[in-house]
Structures are given as C-alpha cells and as structure tokens.
Write a protein that binds this ligand. Structure first.
Ligand code: PLP
Length: 377
C-alpha cells in the first residue's frame, strides 16, 4: 500500500527535496517521504481541482471539507482525545502558526527553545522579536529528555514561553505523560505558556504512545497539520488548537492580512488525511518500523561507531558520528553522494552529528548508509 517513487517520479513530485540534490546524489535531508500520496488524499484533491476549487478560501475560519471535524475524529480514534468543537483556527503552515502564537498569545519575555531543534524554531523566535533562551540536550545523555532545571532557570530569569516539539524532531522521542505533566506544572508555577508543535504525532512508531499536550494542559497551545505524516507539505492548511476561549478569540482576531496562507485544496487534503487515510497511515508506520530496524543493521555494518537513541517517532534519525572525528558529516556525505541534514543546523556549535531521513525505499536507505560509511571511513 505504500508505493515507493522511482527517482524520476520523486524528482517530479518533490522538487525541493530532490531538486536540490545534484544528479546521482540521494537526498535524505528535508522531511518529505519518497512515497506516493495516500490514495484518499489524491482522489479528494484531484476531485476538488477537477471541480475548479482553486479560489480563495472564505475568511472566517471555515472548516471547508470538514477539516476540523475530521481532525476531531482522528484524535478520538488514535489518541482517545476528545477535541472540543470550535478549537481549531486555520493557518497556512505550522511554522507560521507558531510565529503567530508567539506574537499574539505569549507573554513578553524570552522564549525557551530546547536544542537541538527544528531550525525554524530559532528563526520564528527572532521574527517575533523575542530573545531565545536555549536548553541544550547533552549529546551523551542515554535518553533525550527536557532538562527541567534549565527550563526553570530560564523562567526564573524572566522567560515566559516554552516551545515544545512533541514528538520531537530531531530527538526522535515521544514525550511521556509524566514528562508532559512536569512541563505543565512548571509552566503553571511561572504563568508561562507552552506552545507544542505536534506535527509528527501521527508518526509515533510501534512501542510508543503519543499523549496530546492539551489533554494534559488545557492552558497549552498546539499547532499541528496533516502535512508531515501524509506527505502533503505543499498543501497548506495547518491548525492552531486552543482550548481557552480568550486564546481562540485572540488568534481569530489576527487580521486576515497576517494569516492568509491556508488554501482550499489544503483543507480538502487535510480532511481526507484525518478522516479517510487510517489504513495508509498504519501501513506507513509499519514500513517505518521496518526501516528503523534496517537502519540499525546498516549502521552496525557500515558505521559501527555511530550512536543513535531509539527512534520512537518520525522518520528522522539523529546520528551521533563524533567517533569518526569529522566535524561536519553531512558535508562529507555530500561529497560521497548523500544529502543529509547537518547536525549543527539543529544545534549550533554541535559537531559530528547529522539528521538522516529514512523515509525512502529499503534499497536507497542501504545505499545511503553504505555511502556515509565510505565518506566517514
Ligand atoms: C517539528 C516540525 N515542525 C514544523 C515543520 C514544518 O511544518 P510546516 O511546513 O507546516 O511549517 C516541520 C517540518 O519538517 C517539523 O519537523
């Protein structure tokens, strides 16, 4: 059910991921998958385009195609979470939504950003005119967890917002209920806001359980979208989810000119993803489960000194390659026909790491790791 794209198909379908890679280089950087879209999404988008549904979406936060309804059903079926009706506000994409939330819902003061982080987190904090207060993950820690003592120290120094990524890219971790409760309690102590990016939530792999942040902390704010799990990032329709009426009112009062990036086709795609694509998603997670095992075997063969914590969610593996003594393994990989993401983009100053996108065919993954092995030998 998960169909691998050929190289030619991938070049046509994924112009950013594949277009940036020189001929002969295998791209394994940006978070897109080398798979054909879920059939229900293609069918819904094709039908909508066939009907000529290419106009502006209405202004007043409509749920065209039942996007919110579909998400509520998904959250109930997959996570047992009852999302109240009327808690979704549309925005173009998750990164825009996070920035708008920072600008309009979060108290003044520095913003705590755990590192390594998805690089745009740092950019949006700057765009929102805020100072970032970093909490660094010890690269030698057995388990990637949030250093709450460091978060507390930032709150004591005046920070009032925490950007959480749950499940975490690039840690690959699924934060547990006790961890989320501890975050909630700490934020409550300081009157701080927690903004959770849950875009990878449907990509929790067998063995781990996703806990929606808002099911633990109704004062939190979640931004999510169908686009990562269903490989639809070109179809813009992300969701800001707020349970506090004052938040919902404030976020919906943002002038249209500042929040206009969502599209009708994105809403159609989102509804088809959340409502009609469970089987495809299940099959995807089974495929990724096999690929993460393949990755462990391939690393043992070609990069035996690589270190990797268990990949609990996402298809983005965070590899510690410091044992090879190469400061920028992604640059070395590029010289040998693999385009991975440089670790220092996720954690400035951190050497010897890279983030590898494994959502490709088993053959390509094997070739990627073999080439990286040659690059670092
Ligand atoms: C954690 C995280 N948030 C947000 C995004 C981007 O989402 P969007 O394209 O909706 O801005 C990504 C993309 O890889 C991501 O990994």
């Amino acid at each position: 059910m998960i169909r691998d794209l050929t190289d030619a198909e991938a070049r046509a379908a994924l112009p950013l991921k594949w277009g940036r890679a020189p001929e002969g280089t295998i791209p394994a950087w940006v978070a897109e998958m080398d798979y054909a879209p879920a059939p229900a999404i293609s069918a819904a988008v094709n039908a909508a385009a066939g009907r000529g549904m290419l106009g502006y979406p209405p202004f007043d936060h409509p749920m065209v195609g039942g996007l919110e309804e579909a998400f509520r059903g998904f959250a109930e079926r997959h996570w047992g979470w009852e999302v109240p009706a009327g808690s979704t506000t549309l925005t173009g994409d998750v990164i825009t939504g996070m920035r708008l939330v920072l600008e309009h819902l979060c108290p003044p003061g520095p913003v705590v950003v755990p590192l390594p982080c998805y690089p745009p987190f740092r950019t949006i904090v700057a765009l929102a005119g805020r100072e970032a207060a970093y909490v660094e993950l010890d690269p030698d820690a057995q388990t990637a967890t949030l250093d709450l003592a460091a978060v507390r120290a930032h709150f004591e120094a005046g920070a009032r917002t925490l950007l959480l990524c749950s499940p975490h890219n690039p840690w690959g971790r699924v934060l547990t209920r006790p961890e989320l409760e501890a975050v909630r309690d700490l934020a409550a102590e300081f009157g701080a806001r927690v903004v959770a990016d849950e875009i990878h939530a449907p990509l929790v792999l067998p063995g781990s359980t996703f806990v929606p942040y808002l099911s633990v902390d109704p004062d939190g704010i979640v931004v999510t979208s169908h686009t990562k799990s269903f490989n639809t990032p070109g179809l813009k329709a992300a969701q800001i989810i707020t349970l506090r009426p004052d938040d919902t009112e404030a976020i919906r009062s943002i002038p249209f000119e500042a929040n206009h990036g969502y599209t009708g086709l994105g809403m159609v795609a989102g509804a088809a993803a959340w409502r009609d694509s469970d089987l495809w998603l299940l099959t995807l997670r089974q495929r990724l489960d096999v690929l993460r095992e393949d990755l462990a075997d391939l690393l043992a063969t070609h990069l035996p000194q690589a270190r990797m914590r268990p990949l609990e969610a996402t298809y983005l593996a965070w590899l510690d390659l410091r044992a090879y003594g190469v400061a920028d393994p992604a640059a070395a990989g590029l010289d040998h026909g693999v385009m991975a993401a440089a670790g220092h983009d996720y954690h400035p100053g951190l050497e010897g790491h890279l983030r590898l996108n494994i959502a490709t065919s088993a053959d390509r993954l094997a070739e990627i790791v073999r080439r990286l092995g040659v690059a670092l030998a």
